[in-house]
Design a protein around this ligand. Structure first.
Ligand code: AMP
Ligand code: MN
Ligand code: MN
Ligand code: MN
Length: 299
């Protein structure tokens, strides 16, 4: 089977990316992506633009989002793919998940002010493309551009992670809720970048088994945030739990992202690609081979 270049994890300025959905689609296409998904955090406002741009460029499309979930004291990200973007329960769930972000941002700014950094709320807002979706990434961009830190990674390390002045613990969606919103809207739920969570083996086992019990079906194996060793490890995990495997860059910005759209290793051959189970949900661009077109015209 020909392995297609699928990139099923990326962010636009509708969440914490810097490009518009249409600009992202163009960049993905130019990088050779054949099947794409825009997976903005807790938000599907960019789906129509992403889909229209993808199809116009000859690229197949799956709807997407990345839902913030609280599990065992850690924030876990659940990617949803191939859902019906008009589903009312999904839309309400995402709106509820987004709703605490503004207050959280005010508290983050208060913490930063105590550490001597004033004006961070207004500062971060200047970087926000969607006022409903203010995230730590927008604070990071403000702190880099105002010279407080040399790069976003050091902002997170010094200010925006647990134990640091701009960090505010937050209650996100429940794991079961997020999986159900996706599943009941006809999509597939995927555990994003599993190597990024600071879980004990017991906690990780609980995450995976509860995720499956709620109807979750997939796991990211090849992602911009996995090393080759982590990719190998989670390929084994996906096989062990019979999970569908996903592949995505987690691209946010040309200036910040180390992994370019579509520029990832192929999924290891023994794995079942998540897009194999989503064939009926893929929105297909018109680029049928000539012979097929002729056959269709002269049945
Ligand atoms: P939030 O949803 O507001 O908590 O922001 C989470 C986002 O921050 C993630 O999706 C990443 O884009 C970004 N992020 C988290 N940790 C780091 C880090 N260490 N370096 C750079 N960006 C990060
Ligand atoms: Mn992000
Ligand atoms: Mn994530
Ligand atoms: Mn992401």
């Amino acid at each position: 089977m020909h392995l297609i270049n699928a990139d099923l994890h990326s962010h636009s300025h509708v969440s914490d990316g810097t490009l518009s959905p249409a600009a992202l689609a163009e960049r993905a296409r130019a990088q050779g992506v054949e099947l794409w998904s825009l997976t903005d955090h807790d938000e599907i406002g960019g789906q129509q633009g992403a889909r229209d741009a993808a199809l116009a460029l000859g690229m197949d499309y799956l709807t997407g989002t990345e839902i913030s979930v609280s599990f065992a004291g850690e924030t876990v990200h659940i990617v949803g793919l191939g859902f019906d973007a008009g589903d009312a329960a999904l839309r309400a769930g995402l709106a509820a998940t987004r709703s605490g972000r503004r207050d959280r941002a005010r508290q983050m700014a208060a913490g930063l002010a105590q550490a001597g950094i004033g004006g961070a709320f207004e500062g971060a807002l200047r970087y926000v493309g969607n006022p409903d979706l203010i995230s730590r990434t927008h604070f990071a961009r403000f702190l880099v551009d105002s010279g407080v830190c040399p790069d976003t990674h050091s902002v997170f390390r010094r200010y925006l992670t647990a134990g640091n002045p701009g960090y505010v613990p937050h209650q996100w969606a429940g794991l079961g809720e997020a999986v159900r919103w996706i599943r009941d809207a006809g999509g597939v739920a995927v555990i994003a970048h599993p190597a990024r969570y600071r879980f004990t083996p017991t906690e990780e086992y609980a995450l995976i088994t509860e995720f499956i019990a709620h109807g979750g079906l997939g796991m990211e194996v090849v992602t911009g945030s996995h090393s080759i060793a982590e990719q190998t490890r989670y390929a084994e995990t996906a096989l062990e739990f019979d999970l569908l495997a996903s592949r995505g860059s987690d691209f946010h910005s040309p200036a910040e992202s180390r992994t370019e759209l579509g520029a990832l290793p192929d999924l290891p051959g023994r794995l079942k690609p998540v897009w194999g189970a989503l064939q009926h949900r893929i929105q297909r661009a018109r680029r049928r081979p000539l012979t097929e077109t002729r056959l269709a015209a002269h049945p």
